[in-house]
Design a protein around this ligand. Structure first.
Ligand SMILES: Cc1ncc(COP(=O)(O)O)c(C=O)c1O
Length: 408
């Protein structure tokens, strides 16, 4: 039963969140996802979604999903190894493997689950050894799913070392200090694109360090896949490290269609091992056929034309240049995540509200999501934004920025 004490402690915590400005409000859209969305009867410009290529409501993906519903039904009511694998699941894994330049891929229900599934499977498995310890080196800005993944790895089996963001000298010092230690496996972990900053991991340098110190390199490319690289294969392709990352994780829930789904990609032997050992894979339902079919269509789309990735890059470059020219502070970069730095939380909160009132939906981020004093608006540009929509968003940003004295 709900005791009065339990209810009171929960109510107090909710009140705390509200007092500290950390209580999240969920705005209800009354339309599909797109460059413009509806909230109630009002149409607003959407600059807060991961719909980087505009595939979230693309007619060809919708048609593929509808056809899959007719052919293979709505759901499989099962995990993969019992009776939840259709031929399309394997096709998607093979197509993703080709696309990412790896031997094999394993699908998960989300990228969060993929990340949770990976570290525990590897680190907790003794492989016949009684005494062993692994070590993980992780960028301090890695995604929440990676931080939580470490919690599933048995404490006594793993040392965690957190290196300052993208500080590869600090990482190398840690690796060198451990060179004579008796660690069984060493694993370096980084996001490909850091979701609060929009900056890229230094992947070629990470590849070199992993080789030099015999460590496994794991990269979560949730925000890179589909968006970056000549063929949309992600941050490794963009930085000249295609096919060189030992294990990649990624999502089908952002650029590649935006519904749901995640994956791990790497050598066949590790993918086979995960099918046998990864608990978030083995004991969780398989992806619905319509998601699998639409994801296959998204890959077919990218293979046929590079127009979407080119448009995404062109829109991003235009938006970044114009925001800078207006006098806003943004970190250098080329990813469609564009953080407009404001400093104080109250400014970010007030400004995101004013922008929405003017018809521009953008998310404000503040402590503890980002470090104190670095509150920001996080814009996300899409290939689906038209020139008019980009200019309309910039005009609103200029008007509200001047009104709030963020720019002159
Ligand atoms: C870097 C990163 N990894 C993983 C995830 C989780 O992806 P999914 O929604 O597929 O669980 C996200 C989503 O926010 C992310 O930004």
């Amino acid at each position: 039963m709900y005791t009065p004490e339990l209810l009171k402690s929960i109510q107090d915590e909710l009140a705390n969140l509200k007092d500290q400005g950390k209580y999240k409000i969920e705005r209800e859209l009354t339309s599909a996802q797109g460059p413009e969305v509806k909230i109630g009867d009002k149409t607003v410009l959407m600059f807060a979604s991961n719909n980087y290529l505009g595939l979230g409501n693309h007619p060809e993906l919708v048609a593929a999903a509808k056809a899959a519903l007719d052919q293979y039904g709505y759901g499989l009511s099962s995990v993969r190894f019992i009776c939840g694998t259709q031929d399309w699941h394997r096709q998607l894994e093979q197509k993703l493997a080709e696309f990412l330049g790896v031997e094999d891929v394993i699908l998960y229900s989300t990228c969060f689950m993929a990340n949770l599934g990976f570290f525990a499977s590897l680190v907790n498995e003794p492989f016949g050894q009684n005494e062993y310890q692994d070590v993980i080196y992780s960028d301090e800005l890695n995604h929440a799913s990676i931080i939580d993944a470490f919690k599933l790895a048995k404490k006594e089996r793993v040392e965690k070392r957190i290196y300052p963001h993208s500080d590869l000298a600090a990482l190398e010092k840690m690796l060198a200090d451990d060179a004579t230690s008796n660690f069984r496996h060493k694993i370096i972990v980084s996001d490909g694109i850091f979701s609060m900053e929009g900056d890229m991991a230094k992947l070629p340098e990470l590849v070199a360090l992993a080789k030099k110190y015999s460590a496994l390199l794991f990269v979560d490319d949730a925000h890179g896949v589909g968006v970056l690289g000549q063929h949309g294969a992600g941050t490794p392709e963009h930085l000249g490290a295609h096919g060189q990352i030992d294990v990649l994780s990624g999502t089908l829930g952002k650029a590649l269609g935006g519904a749901v789904g995640g994956y791990l990609a790497g050598k066949k032997v590790i993918i086979d091992f995960l099918r046998q050992k990864s608990r978030t894979y083995m004991f969780s339902n398989s992806l619905p056929p319509m998601v699998v079919a639409a994801s296959l269509k998204a890959l077919e789309f990218l293979a046929k034309n590079s127009e979407l990735t080119k448009k995404s890059a062109a829109n991003t470059q235009y938006f970044r240049t114009q925001v800078k020219a207006l006098g806003f502070k943004i970190p250098d970069g080329s990813h469609p995540i564009v953080p407009v730095m404001l400093g104080e939380a109250d400014k970010a909160q007030a400004m995101s509200k004013r922008l929405l009132a003017e018809g521009l939906y953008v998310v404000g981020l503040w402590f503890p999501v980002v470090p104190e004093g670095t509150a920001r608006l996080r814009f996300q540009v899409s290939a689906a934004h038209s020139q008019e929509q980009l200019d309309a968003a910039l005009a609103i940003l200029e008007k509200v920025g001047k009104e709030m004295k963020v720019i002159n």
